[in-house]
Design a protein around this ligand. Structure first.
Ligand code: ZN
Length: 494
Protein backbone atom coordinates (compact mmCIF):
# COMPACT_ATOMS: atom_id res chain seq x y z
CA UNK A 1 0.00 0.00 0.00
CA UNK A 2 2.82 2.34 0.91
CA UNK A 3 4.58 1.61 -2.36
CA UNK A 4 1.46 2.32 -4.31
CA UNK A 5 0.88 5.66 -2.63
CA UNK A 6 4.43 6.66 -3.31
CA UNK A 7 3.92 5.97 -6.95
CA UNK A 8 0.74 8.02 -7.12
CA UNK A 9 2.44 10.95 -5.46
CA UNK A 10 5.43 10.71 -7.72
CA UNK A 11 5.24 13.25 -10.49
CA UNK A 12 6.37 12.48 -13.95
CA UNK A 13 8.59 15.44 -14.70
CA UNK A 14 7.22 15.85 -18.22
CA UNK A 15 3.75 16.68 -16.89
CA UNK A 16 4.83 18.92 -14.03
CA UNK A 17 6.79 21.46 -16.04
CA UNK A 18 7.15 22.91 -19.51
CA UNK A 19 9.17 21.17 -22.17
CA UNK A 20 12.32 23.22 -22.41
CA UNK A 21 11.95 26.14 -20.02
CA UNK A 22 14.58 27.13 -17.47
CA UNK A 23 12.54 25.38 -14.74
CA UNK A 24 12.67 22.05 -16.55
CA UNK A 25 14.20 19.57 -14.03
CA UNK A 26 16.23 17.87 -16.77
CA UNK A 27 17.81 21.21 -17.71
CA UNK A 28 18.49 22.08 -14.06
CA UNK A 29 20.25 18.72 -13.68
CA UNK A 30 22.31 19.27 -16.85
CA UNK A 31 23.33 22.74 -15.58
CA UNK A 32 24.33 21.24 -12.23
CA UNK A 33 26.51 18.63 -13.93
CA UNK A 34 28.05 21.22 -16.25
CA UNK A 35 29.20 23.39 -13.31
CA UNK A 36 31.60 20.58 -12.36
CA UNK A 37 33.50 20.62 -15.66
CA UNK A 38 35.50 23.58 -16.92
CA UNK A 39 34.21 24.94 -20.23
CA UNK A 40 31.14 22.69 -20.22
CA UNK A 41 28.11 23.78 -22.22
CA UNK A 42 24.43 22.94 -21.78
CA UNK A 43 22.00 22.39 -24.60
CA UNK A 44 18.56 21.37 -23.38
CA UNK A 45 18.98 18.34 -21.15
CA UNK A 46 22.48 17.56 -22.47
CA UNK A 47 25.68 18.71 -20.79
CA UNK A 48 28.69 18.74 -23.13
CA UNK A 49 31.49 18.40 -20.59
CA UNK A 50 34.51 18.46 -22.94
CA UNK A 51 37.03 15.63 -22.35
CA UNK A 52 37.18 14.91 -26.06
CA UNK A 53 33.47 15.30 -26.76
CA UNK A 54 31.70 13.59 -23.85
CA UNK A 55 27.98 14.36 -23.58
CA UNK A 56 25.88 13.60 -20.50
CA UNK A 57 22.19 13.57 -21.26
CA UNK A 58 20.29 14.20 -18.03
CA UNK A 59 16.84 13.14 -16.93
CA UNK A 60 15.06 13.57 -13.62
CA UNK A 61 13.03 10.39 -13.64
CA UNK A 62 10.98 10.96 -10.50
CA UNK A 63 10.54 13.41 -7.66
CA UNK A 64 9.07 11.61 -4.68
CA UNK A 65 8.03 13.56 -1.57
CA UNK A 66 8.61 11.57 1.64
CA UNK A 67 8.40 12.88 5.22
CA UNK A 68 8.92 16.52 4.28
CA UNK A 69 11.88 15.60 2.07
CA UNK A 70 12.03 15.15 -1.68
CA UNK A 71 13.90 12.22 -3.20
CA UNK A 72 15.00 12.79 -6.79
CA UNK A 73 15.75 9.82 -9.02
CA UNK A 74 18.34 10.91 -11.59
CA UNK A 75 19.17 9.21 -14.90
CA UNK A 76 22.25 9.87 -17.01
CA UNK A 77 23.18 8.68 -20.49
CA UNK A 78 26.89 9.21 -21.11
CA UNK A 79 28.44 9.01 -24.58
CA UNK A 80 31.04 10.51 -26.88
CA UNK A 81 34.80 10.83 -27.02
CA UNK A 82 36.74 7.78 -25.88
CA UNK A 83 33.55 6.35 -24.36
CA UNK A 84 32.14 5.65 -27.83
CA UNK A 85 28.81 6.57 -29.36
CA UNK A 86 26.49 4.02 -27.70
CA UNK A 87 25.14 5.65 -24.51
CA UNK A 88 26.16 4.29 -21.11
CA UNK A 89 23.36 4.44 -18.56
CA UNK A 90 24.00 5.62 -15.01
CA UNK A 91 21.65 6.56 -12.21
CA UNK A 92 21.84 8.30 -8.90
CA UNK A 93 19.59 9.93 -6.34
CA UNK A 94 19.42 13.24 -4.54
CA UNK A 95 17.64 14.52 -1.42
CA UNK A 96 16.49 17.94 -0.29
CA UNK A 97 13.64 19.97 1.15
CA UNK A 98 12.45 21.01 -2.34
CA UNK A 99 12.49 19.57 -5.87
CA UNK A 100 15.28 21.95 -6.83
CA UNK A 101 17.40 21.14 -3.79
CA UNK A 102 17.05 17.38 -4.34
CA UNK A 103 18.07 17.64 -8.01
CA UNK A 104 21.06 19.90 -7.34
CA UNK A 105 22.24 17.84 -4.36
CA UNK A 106 22.04 14.59 -6.33
CA UNK A 107 23.68 16.02 -9.46
CA UNK A 108 26.45 17.58 -7.42
CA UNK A 109 27.20 14.42 -5.42
CA UNK A 110 27.30 12.34 -8.60
CA UNK A 111 29.65 14.70 -10.50
CA UNK A 112 31.90 15.28 -7.49
CA UNK A 113 32.58 11.55 -7.21
CA UNK A 114 32.54 10.57 -10.88
CA UNK A 115 33.93 13.76 -12.49
CA UNK A 116 37.52 13.24 -11.26
CA UNK A 117 37.53 9.65 -12.60
CA UNK A 118 36.36 10.88 -16.01
CA UNK A 119 38.99 13.65 -16.03
CA UNK A 120 41.76 11.26 -15.01
CA UNK A 121 40.78 8.66 -17.62
CA UNK A 122 39.79 10.83 -20.58
CA UNK A 123 41.96 13.93 -20.17
CA UNK A 124 44.91 12.19 -18.49
CA UNK A 125 44.82 14.79 -15.71
CA UNK A 126 46.19 13.46 -12.41
CA UNK A 127 43.50 13.69 -9.72
CA UNK A 128 44.34 13.39 -6.00
CA UNK A 129 41.51 10.99 -5.19
CA UNK A 130 41.83 8.82 -8.30
CA UNK A 131 44.15 5.82 -8.38
CA UNK A 132 45.47 4.38 -11.65
CA UNK A 133 46.93 0.97 -12.41
CA UNK A 134 47.49 -1.29 -15.40
CA UNK A 135 45.58 -4.50 -15.89
CA UNK A 136 45.29 -7.20 -18.57
CA UNK A 137 41.85 -8.65 -19.28
CA UNK A 138 41.61 -11.67 -21.61
CA UNK A 139 45.09 -10.74 -22.82
CA UNK A 140 44.10 -7.16 -23.65
CA UNK A 141 45.91 -4.26 -21.92
CA UNK A 142 44.00 -1.52 -20.05
CA UNK A 143 44.69 1.27 -17.59
CA UNK A 144 42.15 1.48 -14.78
CA UNK A 145 41.25 4.84 -13.23
CA UNK A 146 39.32 4.32 -10.02
CA UNK A 147 37.86 6.30 -7.12
CA UNK A 148 35.78 5.30 -4.11
CA UNK A 149 32.77 6.76 -2.36
CA UNK A 150 32.19 5.22 1.06
CA UNK A 151 29.43 5.77 3.59
CA UNK A 152 28.77 4.31 7.01
CA UNK A 153 25.33 3.98 8.52
CA UNK A 154 24.71 2.62 11.99
CA UNK A 155 24.29 3.18 15.69
CA UNK A 156 26.25 6.03 17.35
CA UNK A 157 29.31 5.10 19.37
CA UNK A 158 30.65 2.50 16.94
CA UNK A 159 33.86 4.43 16.58
CA UNK A 160 35.34 6.84 14.09
CA UNK A 161 33.44 6.19 10.78
CA UNK A 162 36.65 6.35 8.73
CA UNK A 163 38.23 3.62 10.86
CA UNK A 164 35.18 1.36 10.63
CA UNK A 165 35.05 1.75 6.86
CA UNK A 166 38.79 1.11 6.52
CA UNK A 167 38.61 -2.04 8.65
CA UNK A 168 35.64 -3.37 6.68
CA UNK A 169 37.33 -2.68 3.34
CA UNK A 170 40.55 -4.35 4.48
CA UNK A 171 38.68 -7.43 5.67
CA UNK A 172 36.82 -7.61 2.37
CA UNK A 173 39.54 -6.88 -0.19
CA UNK A 174 42.78 -7.28 1.78
CA UNK A 175 45.80 -5.30 0.67
CA UNK A 176 44.42 -4.72 -2.84
CA UNK A 177 42.55 -1.68 -1.51
CA UNK A 178 40.10 -1.77 -4.38
CA UNK A 179 36.86 -3.70 -4.88
CA UNK A 180 37.47 -2.90 -8.53
CA UNK A 181 40.77 -4.81 -8.49
CA UNK A 182 39.01 -7.84 -7.06
CA UNK A 183 36.36 -7.66 -9.79
CA UNK A 184 39.03 -7.27 -12.49
CA UNK A 185 40.97 -10.26 -11.14
CA UNK A 186 37.90 -12.49 -10.80
CA UNK A 187 37.77 -13.50 -14.48
CA UNK A 188 34.01 -13.01 -14.47
CA UNK A 189 33.71 -9.80 -16.48
CA UNK A 190 32.54 -9.79 -20.09
CA UNK A 191 35.09 -9.14 -22.83
CA UNK A 192 36.01 -5.49 -22.42
CA UNK A 193 36.12 -3.42 -25.62
CA UNK A 194 39.50 -2.38 -26.95
CA UNK A 195 37.94 0.31 -29.14
CA UNK A 196 36.23 2.39 -26.46
CA UNK A 197 36.73 3.13 -22.77
CA UNK A 198 34.58 1.12 -20.37
CA UNK A 199 32.81 2.33 -17.24
CA UNK A 200 32.92 -0.21 -14.42
CA UNK A 201 31.17 0.29 -11.10
CA UNK A 202 31.28 -1.91 -8.03
CA UNK A 203 29.04 -1.54 -5.02
CA UNK A 204 29.10 -3.57 -1.83
CA UNK A 205 26.85 -2.99 1.17
CA UNK A 206 28.27 -4.96 4.09
CA UNK A 207 26.29 -5.78 7.25
CA UNK A 208 27.44 -8.09 10.01
CA UNK A 209 25.20 -10.83 8.60
CA UNK A 210 24.44 -9.82 5.04
CA UNK A 211 26.18 -8.59 1.89
CA UNK A 212 24.72 -6.91 -1.17
CA UNK A 213 26.90 -6.76 -4.28
CA UNK A 214 26.26 -4.97 -7.55
CA UNK A 215 28.79 -4.86 -10.38
CA UNK A 216 27.91 -2.87 -13.49
CA UNK A 217 29.74 -2.79 -16.79
CA UNK A 218 28.85 0.23 -18.91
CA UNK A 219 25.68 0.66 -16.89
CA UNK A 220 24.58 -2.93 -17.26
CA UNK A 221 24.40 -5.07 -14.14
CA UNK A 222 26.79 -7.99 -14.59
CA UNK A 223 25.35 -10.68 -12.37
CA UNK A 224 28.19 -13.17 -12.90
CA UNK A 225 30.57 -10.79 -11.13
CA UNK A 226 28.11 -10.10 -8.30
CA UNK A 227 28.00 -13.75 -7.39
CA UNK A 228 31.60 -14.73 -7.80
CA UNK A 229 33.78 -11.77 -7.00
CA UNK A 230 32.81 -11.35 -3.35
CA UNK A 231 32.29 -14.73 -1.78
CA UNK A 232 33.50 -15.27 1.80
CA UNK A 233 32.48 -14.56 5.39
CA UNK A 234 30.66 -11.38 6.42
CA UNK A 235 32.96 -8.71 7.79
CA UNK A 236 30.65 -5.80 8.67
CA UNK A 237 30.79 -4.35 12.19
CA UNK A 238 27.83 -5.17 14.43
CA UNK A 239 24.93 -2.71 14.03
CA UNK A 240 26.40 -0.99 10.99
CA UNK A 241 25.96 -0.91 7.24
CA UNK A 242 29.09 -0.04 5.29
CA UNK A 243 28.31 1.21 1.79
CA UNK A 244 31.30 1.00 -0.53
CA UNK A 245 30.94 2.31 -4.05
CA UNK A 246 33.71 2.48 -6.63
CA UNK A 247 33.70 3.96 -10.08
CA UNK A 248 36.33 3.04 -12.60
CA UNK A 249 37.05 3.81 -16.23
CA UNK A 250 39.11 1.25 -18.15
CA UNK A 251 41.07 2.82 -20.99
CA UNK A 252 42.46 0.47 -23.67
CA UNK A 253 46.23 0.75 -24.05
CA UNK A 254 48.80 0.18 -26.73
CA UNK A 255 47.10 1.41 -29.89
CA UNK A 256 44.91 -0.51 -32.32
CA UNK A 257 47.46 -3.14 -33.30
CA UNK A 258 48.57 -3.96 -29.75
CA UNK A 259 44.94 -4.24 -28.71
CA UNK A 260 43.81 -6.61 -31.46
CA UNK A 261 44.12 -9.81 -29.48
CA UNK A 262 42.23 -12.67 -31.17
CA UNK A 263 38.91 -13.81 -29.72
CA UNK A 264 38.93 -16.93 -27.60
CA UNK A 265 35.92 -19.21 -27.55
CA UNK A 266 35.81 -19.56 -23.75
CA UNK A 267 35.97 -15.83 -22.99
CA UNK A 268 33.44 -15.03 -25.72
CA UNK A 269 31.02 -17.71 -24.54
CA UNK A 270 31.48 -16.49 -20.94
CA UNK A 271 30.45 -13.04 -22.15
CA UNK A 272 27.43 -14.31 -24.08
CA UNK A 273 26.34 -16.40 -21.09
CA UNK A 274 26.26 -13.23 -19.00
CA UNK A 275 23.31 -11.84 -20.94
CA UNK A 276 19.92 -12.38 -19.41
CA UNK A 277 17.27 -13.03 -22.08
CA UNK A 278 14.65 -13.64 -19.37
CA UNK A 279 14.56 -9.99 -18.37
CA UNK A 280 15.17 -8.68 -21.84
CA UNK A 281 13.33 -5.94 -23.69
CA UNK A 282 12.75 -5.61 -27.45
CA UNK A 283 15.11 -2.66 -27.84
CA UNK A 284 17.97 -4.58 -26.23
CA UNK A 285 20.33 -6.83 -28.17
CA UNK A 286 19.40 -9.88 -26.09
CA UNK A 287 15.71 -9.08 -25.94
CA UNK A 288 14.70 -9.08 -29.57
CA UNK A 289 13.97 -12.02 -31.82
CA UNK A 290 17.33 -11.97 -33.61
CA UNK A 291 18.93 -13.06 -30.33
CA UNK A 292 16.35 -15.81 -29.86
CA UNK A 293 17.42 -17.17 -33.27
CA UNK A 294 20.88 -18.03 -31.85
CA UNK A 295 20.26 -17.77 -28.08
CA UNK A 296 23.78 -16.55 -27.44
CA UNK A 297 25.28 -19.91 -28.39
CA UNK A 298 28.36 -20.27 -30.59
CA UNK A 299 28.27 -22.90 -33.33
CA UNK A 300 31.10 -25.39 -33.66
CA UNK A 301 34.35 -24.16 -35.24
CA UNK A 302 35.14 -25.22 -38.83
CA UNK A 303 37.41 -28.21 -39.28
CA UNK A 304 40.46 -28.23 -41.51
CA UNK A 305 38.64 -29.74 -44.50
CA UNK A 306 35.89 -27.09 -44.29
CA UNK A 307 38.38 -24.21 -44.15
CA UNK A 308 40.29 -25.71 -47.08
CA UNK A 309 37.09 -25.95 -49.11
CA UNK A 310 36.18 -22.37 -48.23
CA UNK A 311 39.62 -21.07 -49.17
CA UNK A 312 39.46 -22.95 -52.46
CA UNK A 313 36.56 -20.66 -53.34
CA UNK A 314 37.54 -17.50 -51.44
CA UNK A 315 41.33 -17.52 -51.68
CA UNK A 316 43.30 -17.07 -48.49
CA UNK A 317 40.94 -15.72 -45.81
CA UNK A 318 41.73 -12.57 -43.81
CA UNK A 319 43.76 -13.91 -40.83
CA UNK A 320 41.44 -12.65 -38.09
CA UNK A 321 38.36 -14.13 -39.76
CA UNK A 322 40.12 -17.43 -40.42
CA UNK A 323 41.24 -17.61 -36.76
CA UNK A 324 37.67 -16.92 -35.60
CA UNK A 325 36.24 -19.68 -37.79
CA UNK A 326 38.86 -22.22 -36.69
CA UNK A 327 39.30 -21.34 -33.01
CA UNK A 328 35.99 -19.75 -31.97
CA UNK A 329 32.92 -20.58 -34.07
CA UNK A 330 31.75 -21.25 -37.60
CA UNK A 331 28.26 -19.86 -36.93
CA UNK A 332 25.95 -18.84 -34.10
CA UNK A 333 25.81 -15.82 -31.80
CA UNK A 334 26.47 -12.56 -33.60
CA UNK A 335 24.85 -9.50 -35.14
CA UNK A 336 21.30 -9.66 -36.46
CA UNK A 337 20.02 -13.23 -36.61
CA UNK A 338 23.49 -14.62 -35.93
CA UNK A 339 26.55 -15.66 -37.89
CA UNK A 340 25.89 -17.66 -41.05
CA UNK A 341 28.00 -20.73 -41.90
CA UNK A 342 30.45 -19.20 -44.38
CA UNK A 343 30.21 -19.65 -48.12
CA UNK A 344 31.25 -17.54 -51.10
CA UNK A 345 28.22 -16.28 -52.98
CA UNK A 346 27.26 -14.01 -55.87
CA UNK A 347 30.04 -11.71 -56.99
CA UNK A 348 32.60 -13.11 -54.57
CA UNK A 349 31.62 -12.09 -51.05
CA UNK A 350 30.96 -14.03 -47.84
CA UNK A 351 27.65 -13.11 -46.18
CA UNK A 352 28.35 -12.86 -42.43
CA UNK A 353 24.91 -12.31 -40.93
CA UNK A 354 21.36 -11.35 -41.92
CA UNK A 355 19.95 -8.31 -40.13
CA UNK A 356 16.36 -8.85 -41.30
CA UNK A 357 14.41 -6.54 -43.64
CA UNK A 358 16.64 -7.70 -46.51
CA UNK A 359 19.79 -6.23 -44.95
CA UNK A 360 23.00 -8.32 -44.85
CA UNK A 361 26.49 -7.82 -43.48
CA UNK A 362 29.11 -9.20 -45.86
CA UNK A 363 32.85 -9.78 -45.90
CA UNK A 364 34.48 -8.43 -49.06
CA UNK A 365 37.12 -10.48 -50.83
CA UNK A 366 38.01 -8.22 -53.77
CA UNK A 367 41.64 -7.00 -53.70
CA UNK A 368 40.95 -3.33 -52.87
CA UNK A 369 38.63 -4.05 -49.94
CA UNK A 370 39.65 -7.54 -48.86
CA UNK A 371 38.74 -8.29 -45.24
CA UNK A 372 36.44 -5.28 -44.81
CA UNK A 373 32.91 -5.70 -43.52
CA UNK A 374 30.17 -3.89 -45.44
CA UNK A 375 26.45 -3.69 -44.91
CA UNK A 376 24.26 -4.29 -47.95
CA UNK A 377 20.99 -2.60 -47.06
CA UNK A 378 19.24 -3.44 -50.33
CA UNK A 379 15.94 -4.13 -48.54
CA UNK A 380 16.02 -0.91 -46.50
CA UNK A 381 17.64 2.33 -47.67
CA UNK A 382 19.50 0.63 -50.54
CA UNK A 383 22.90 1.76 -49.27
CA UNK A 384 26.11 -0.26 -49.48
CA UNK A 385 28.53 0.95 -46.82
CA UNK A 386 31.72 -0.08 -45.09
CA UNK A 387 31.01 -0.64 -41.39
CA UNK A 388 34.33 -2.04 -40.12
CA UNK A 389 37.89 -2.46 -41.43
CA UNK A 390 38.01 -6.08 -40.21
CA UNK A 391 35.74 -8.90 -39.12
CA UNK A 392 37.10 -8.72 -35.55
CA UNK A 393 36.35 -5.02 -35.18
CA UNK A 394 32.85 -5.55 -36.60
CA UNK A 395 32.12 -8.36 -34.15
CA UNK A 396 33.70 -6.46 -31.25
CA UNK A 397 31.58 -3.40 -32.02
CA UNK A 398 28.39 -5.50 -32.02
CA UNK A 399 29.33 -7.18 -28.74
CA UNK A 400 30.02 -3.82 -27.10
CA UNK A 401 26.72 -2.42 -28.36
CA UNK A 402 24.91 -5.53 -27.10
CA UNK A 403 26.45 -5.00 -23.65
CA UNK A 404 25.37 -1.37 -23.58
CA UNK A 405 21.87 -2.43 -24.51
CA UNK A 406 21.03 -0.36 -27.58
CA UNK A 407 19.86 -1.09 -31.11
CA UNK A 408 22.87 -1.69 -33.36
CA UNK A 409 22.22 -0.65 -36.93
CA UNK A 410 24.03 1.05 -39.78
CA UNK A 411 21.14 1.76 -42.13
CA UNK A 412 18.09 3.98 -42.12
CA UNK A 413 15.14 1.82 -41.18
CA UNK A 414 12.67 4.55 -42.08
CA UNK A 415 13.11 3.07 -45.58
CA UNK A 416 12.22 -0.47 -44.38
CA UNK A 417 8.89 -2.01 -45.41
CA UNK A 418 7.78 -2.30 -41.78
CA UNK A 419 8.11 1.42 -41.24
CA UNK A 420 6.02 1.95 -44.37
CA UNK A 421 3.26 -0.34 -43.05
CA UNK A 422 3.18 1.41 -39.66
CA UNK A 423 3.19 4.79 -41.36
CA UNK A 424 0.22 3.81 -43.56
CA UNK A 425 -1.68 2.48 -40.56
CA UNK A 426 -1.12 5.63 -38.51
CA UNK A 427 -2.08 7.86 -41.45
CA UNK A 428 -5.31 5.96 -42.15
CA UNK A 429 -6.31 5.86 -38.45
CA UNK A 430 -5.61 9.58 -38.24
CA UNK A 431 -7.75 10.29 -41.33
CA UNK A 432 -10.64 8.33 -39.79
CA UNK A 433 -10.16 10.12 -36.46
CA UNK A 434 -9.40 6.84 -34.69
CA UNK A 435 -5.82 7.49 -33.69
CA UNK A 436 -6.64 8.30 -30.06
CA UNK A 437 -4.59 10.41 -27.68
CA UNK A 438 -0.81 10.59 -27.74
CA UNK A 439 1.44 8.72 -27.21
CA UNK A 440 0.14 6.67 -30.14
CA UNK A 441 -0.73 3.11 -29.13
CA UNK A 442 -1.44 0.62 -31.91
CA UNK A 443 -1.90 -2.39 -29.64
CA UNK A 444 -4.53 -4.69 -31.15
CA UNK A 445 -4.54 -2.79 -34.47
CA UNK A 446 -2.37 -5.46 -36.11
CA UNK A 447 -3.03 -9.12 -35.33
CA UNK A 448 -0.44 -11.89 -34.87
CA UNK A 449 1.47 -12.40 -38.10
CA UNK A 450 -0.23 -9.33 -39.56
CA UNK A 451 2.95 -8.06 -41.17
CA UNK A 452 4.46 -10.53 -43.65
CA UNK A 453 7.71 -9.41 -45.26
CA UNK A 454 8.76 -10.81 -48.61
CA UNK A 455 12.36 -10.49 -49.72
CA UNK A 456 12.97 -9.00 -53.13
CA UNK A 457 16.54 -10.00 -53.77
CA UNK A 458 19.87 -10.33 -52.05
CA UNK A 459 21.51 -13.13 -50.13
CA UNK A 460 18.40 -15.23 -49.51
CA UNK A 461 16.29 -16.93 -52.20
CA UNK A 462 14.08 -14.35 -53.95
CA UNK A 463 10.51 -14.37 -52.61
CA UNK A 464 11.56 -15.82 -49.25
CA UNK A 465 9.47 -14.87 -46.27
CA UNK A 466 11.54 -12.24 -44.48
CA UNK A 467 12.01 -11.29 -40.85
CA UNK A 468 12.23 -7.73 -39.50
CA UNK A 469 15.43 -5.94 -38.56
CA UNK A 470 16.11 -4.86 -34.98
CA UNK A 471 15.36 -1.15 -35.57
CA UNK A 472 11.96 -2.13 -37.02
CA UNK A 473 11.14 -4.43 -34.07
CA UNK A 474 12.17 -1.66 -31.68
CA UNK A 475 10.07 0.87 -33.61
CA UNK A 476 6.97 -1.35 -33.49
CA UNK A 477 7.45 -1.87 -29.76
CA UNK A 478 7.38 1.90 -29.24
CA UNK A 479 3.82 1.84 -30.64
CA UNK A 480 2.79 -1.02 -28.33
CA UNK A 481 3.25 -3.75 -30.96
CA UNK A 482 5.13 -6.90 -29.95
CA UNK A 483 7.22 -9.09 -32.28
CA UNK A 484 4.22 -11.45 -32.78
CA UNK A 485 2.81 -9.01 -35.40
CA UNK A 486 5.54 -10.20 -37.76
CA UNK A 487 4.88 -13.39 -39.67
CA UNK A 488 7.92 -15.65 -39.02
CA UNK A 489 10.32 -15.71 -41.95
CA UNK A 490 13.18 -17.93 -43.01
CA UNK A 491 15.65 -16.51 -40.48
CA UNK A 492 13.58 -17.48 -37.45
CA UNK A 493 12.73 -20.84 -38.94
CA UNK A 494 16.32 -21.85 -39.61
ZN1 ZN B 1 13.80 -2.91 -40.89
Amino acid sequence: MFGRRRREQARSTSESVGAAGPDNPDVVLAQTIARHFEGAEVSGSAAAIGLGGVIIDCRVDQLVPTNGQVAASLFFNISGGALGTAPIFASSSGYGTSDLEAIVEGGCAWSCSFGPVLRSALADEPEPDVDTFDVALDGRPFRAHVAALNRLMGTPGIGEPGDVIRRTREALVGDDRWLTRKVLDSGTLPLVSTATATVLSAFVMELSDHRTVEVKVNGREWVASNLDAFAGPHVGAEGTATLMRELAVLVPQGGRVARSVPFRRDSLQRTLDGFEPATAEPWRADGWQGWSAHRGALGRPLDVAEVRALEAAAGQLPPDYRAFLVDVAGSGAGPGYGLIRPAVVGDGVIPLAHAGCGVTWILRLDPDHRGEVWVDAAGADETFTQVAPTFSEWYDDWLESALRGGVWSQWDNSACATTGVLNQLITSLDERGELGPRPINLQGRIGPGGIALSLGAGYLPEGSAGDPCHPCVALASRFGLGPAIFSPGVLLQR
